[in-house]
Design a protein around this ligand. Structure first.
Ligand code: G3P
Ligand code: MG
Length: 250
């Protein structure tokens, strides 16, 4: 299938990973502000649920690495999570930054005309429910927008939950390896794209995705040679930490 047979793609090619990569504390509003100041117009973030099912931004299952808290993040209510420091681990200038809710980030993106890739990052055992709640909330927050957020996940159960809760929102299957049946799984989940670790993409894997009408995106692209290789393969999106290195209009 030729690329022009794919559905229109309303997203910028360059996507800032966790807001601004490592230049600011990942998944905080300070990071998204910094990324936007550097000219980036689309962001990737990681979203999971608090114990009382508030979607909020955090990469890890546990709180230790990027907050002042400890233990499994999904076992704490939002009232407790909202009091944690999510910036001091990075550098003193960011001490006091809080964990954002998905709603906080949606307001930022809508106010600043930025697009969003929401990676559904469920706490273990909550895959389908996290997909449902995140998709429901995303559909509500972006209901008046022409361009919806792109929902992605490594977890097929999370994408299934998203499909059931808000089938109109675009979905992408994340791949850290080309496991047997990835293409059929993406199609069965009604995905519009696959987001592969950069080493997975070559002429054959791109052709496989395109033959199933799937757009091809890649993470995490941090050096020039890798970016050039992927652009030559015709990838539709590159997720990068290096908001200071790449020109997002390129
Ligand atoms: O969504 C792309 C990328 O963020 C997936 O890996 O571990 O950085 O969330 P990770
Ligand atoms: Mg991620």
């Amino acid at each position: 299938m030729k690329p022009d047979a794919l559905t229109p793609w309303p997203y910028p090619r360059w996507i800032a990973h966790r807001g601004a990569g490592r230049l600011a504390p990942e998944n905080t509003l300070a990071a998204f502000r910094l990324g936007a100041q550097q000219g980036w117009r689309m962001f990737e973030c990681d979203v999971k649920l608090s114990a009382d099912e508030v979607p909020f931004l955090l990469h890890d299952d546990t709180l230790e690495r990027t907050t002042s808290g400890s233990g499994p993040a999904g076992q704490q209510p939002w009232a407790a999570l909202s009091r944690l420091d999510a910036g001091g681990w990075h550098s003193p200038a960011y001490a006091g930054e809080s964990l954002p809710t998905l709603e906080n980030l949606a307001r930022f993106c809508l106010a600043n005309d930025c697009r969003l890739n929401i990676e559904i990052k469920p706490s273990p055992g909550t895959e389908q429910r996290t997909g449902e709640v995140v998709a429901q909330q995303a559909a509500r927050l972006w209901r008046a927008e022409a361009v919806p957020p792109l929902l992605s996940s490594f977890q097929t159960a999370a994408l299934r939950g998203a499909l059931q809760a808000a089938p109109q929102l675009p979905r992408a299957l994340l791949l850290d390896q080309l496991w047997s049946g990835w293409q059929a799984a993406a199609s069965a989940l009604g995905c519009v794209a696959v987001v592969g670790q950069h080493a997975l993409w070559d002429t054959a894997s791109v052709a496989q995705a395109k033959s199933a009408s799937l757009r091809c995106l890649s993470y995490t692209v941090n050096d020039e040679a890798t970016a050039q290789r992927l652009l030559a393969l015709g990838l539709d999106g590159l997720i990068s930490d290096r908001v200071d290195r790449f020109d997002p209009r390129g």
